[in-house]
Design a protein around this ligand. Structure first.
Ligand code: NAP
Length: 451
């Protein structure tokens, strides 16, 4: 075997991902050495509990609860503890000690990325984080390196497997959100506390990371507009299907042309959106992830695969470890994050997209004209309208009669597809519709993405 230089690797965390990383490092050490040009010596594994059960058998003598000591003298520190603290402190400690850092920690990078990257810049270290967005899918390196000569226009990502699993099952089975969530929890696809996934927090962290890279701009988490999927119900899914769409939780990162002579800006947002069934993102099923990138020169690109899973994510982490090792061998300072463009992120009200508005209205002559008038006044142009009469149950008829309601006429459902409109105009118009005498209920307002 070639006489390689040995690099000392410290692993912080041996949970779902960390234990797999340790296993692969130990199992494939010789192969990895040939690829990295250095022998990767796993110097130790820091955990909280030395007696905790691990997913794979690992040599007990590698384990320690003293991460601080393990970090000192390491060439590469792999942070797979998750959360903000002590991960943040230990990543900064690793950088200050002269190590390169590999992390999968989206929460840390989305909230303290600038601090971490600046610390690395100051000492010429590098931070690798391929696994922090979309798990095993190579997307960080393509954005950072392969597309460095291009201009990314838009990214649309399905970056949360749990919500894609839930929406996909609602779509294929007609099931309701609560039932599918309960099943997903029983099968281990969703956490006991599903908030981070179903409310879009996890996707928002990944959106901030992807947008920062794609637009060479630091995008703080609070610049990401976020909506989850808890309001999506079986009727919305069915209505979407009927109109040729599927509902996906999307992370959308978009470059916006300058308005009124102003410069370029960006929009970063996470929400459930309608995607045409013919769009490549519509065919992303189960807990899989996909990131659809549109670049000026390259055109449309799609990256697809496992967005989570211990061993799958370990693949991305080990790719980073090999890159870090190669850099150590080659020498020189690390390439810092490019934030030169420094584009402002606009609020959600500035976004321009298409919408589908579903209303319940009085089934009376003139109602459609009133609704169309309110939309037109609000600068929202109608592309399609579908009206269906809502069947009234005998009970409903009785209660209408008992309350002497209107003319006794029933209700109708209007599904209105709009041309592109500005979000602020749209939301003000929907408020006026809701307050008008003819609209009984605004059933849903969904953005249409992918056109
Ligand atoms: P996990 O299963 O919860 O494992 C966390 C590990 O960190 C455990 O071994 C734990 O030790 C250790 N740890 C936690 N706090 C510690 C502390 N204060 N001191 C020392 N060790 C500590 O987490 P995971 O699922 O492997 O995720 C790790 C990272 O990868 C996270 O940032 C996550 O967001 C990211 N990620 C995960 C996935 C995935 O599919 N799981 C996918 C993409 C990215 P004990 O075992 O002793 O408790």
């Amino acid at each position: 075997m070639t006489d390689y230089r040995t690099l000392r690797v410290a692993l912080l965390g041996a949970g779902a991902v960390g234990s797999q990383v340790a296993d692969l490092l130990l199992k494939h050490g010789d192969e990895l050495a040939d690829r990295a040009g250095a022998k990767l010596e796993l110097a130790g594994i820091a955990v909280r509990d030395l007696d905790a059960r691990r997913d794979v058998d690992l040599p007990r003598e590698l384990f320690t609860t003293d991460a601080d000591t393990l970090i000192v003298g390491s060439d590469i520190v792999i942070e797979l503890m998750g959360g903000i603290e002590p991960a943040r402190t230990q990543v900064l400690h690793a950088i200050a000690s002269g190590a390169d850092v590999v992390t999968a920690n989206k929460a840390l990078l989305a909230t303290h990325g600038s601090e971490v990257f600046e610390a690395a810049d100051q000492v010429g270290a590098e931070v690798y984080y391929e696994a922090a967005a979309a798990g095993a899918i190579p997307i960080i390196r393509p954005l950072r390196d392969s597309l460095a000569g291009d201009r990314v226009v838009r990214i649309m990502g399905i970056v949360n497997g749990t919500t894609n699993y839930i929406l996909d099952r609602m779509d294929t089975e007609g099931a309701d959100f609560g039932d599918v969530l309960a099943q997903a929890q029983a099968l281990g696809y969703a956490e006991a506390d599903p908030t981070a996934d179903v409310e879009g927090y996890d996707a928002a962290q990944k959106a901030a990371i992807l947008a920062s890279l794609a637009f060479h701009t630091t995008v703080p988490l609070d610049a990401v507009h976020r909506e989850g999927i808890t309001s999506v119900d079986a009727a919305m899914i069915e209505s979407a299907r009927h109109a040729g769409y599927v509902i996906k939780l999307l992370a959308v990162c978009e470059r916006l042309a300058g308005e009124n002579g102003g410069g370029e800006s960006i929009s970063v947002r996470v929400y459930p959106a309608l995607v045409e069934r013919t769009h490549p993102l519509a065919s992303v099923h189960g807990a899989n992830n996909a990131v659809f990138v549109q670049a000026e020169a390259a055109g449309d690109l799609m990256f697809y695969g496992a967005g989570a899973g211990g061993v799958q994510t370990a693949s991305a982490v080990l790719g980073d470890v090999v890159s870090a090792a190669r850099r150590h061998i080659a020498g020189g300072i690390g390439v810092g994050e490019s934030t030169r463009a420094n584009l402002p992120a606009v609020p959600i009200g500035h976004v321009i997209t298409r919408y589908q508005i579903t209303l319940e209205v009085d089934d009376q002559p003139g109602v459609l004209a009133t609704v169309a008038g309110i939309l037109s006044e609000g600068r929202v142009s109608i592309a399609t309208v579908e009206q269906t009469v809502i069947e009234q149950t005998p009970d409903a008829d009785d209660s209408a009669a008992a309350t002497g309601s209107a003319t006794g006429a029933g209700s109708a459902r209007l599904v209105i597809g709009t041309h592109k409109a500005r979000e602020q105009d749209l939301s003000e118009t929907v408020e006026r519709l809701a307050a008008s005498g003819v609209v009984e209920r605004v059933v849903s307002v969904l953005r249409v993405e992918g056109n």
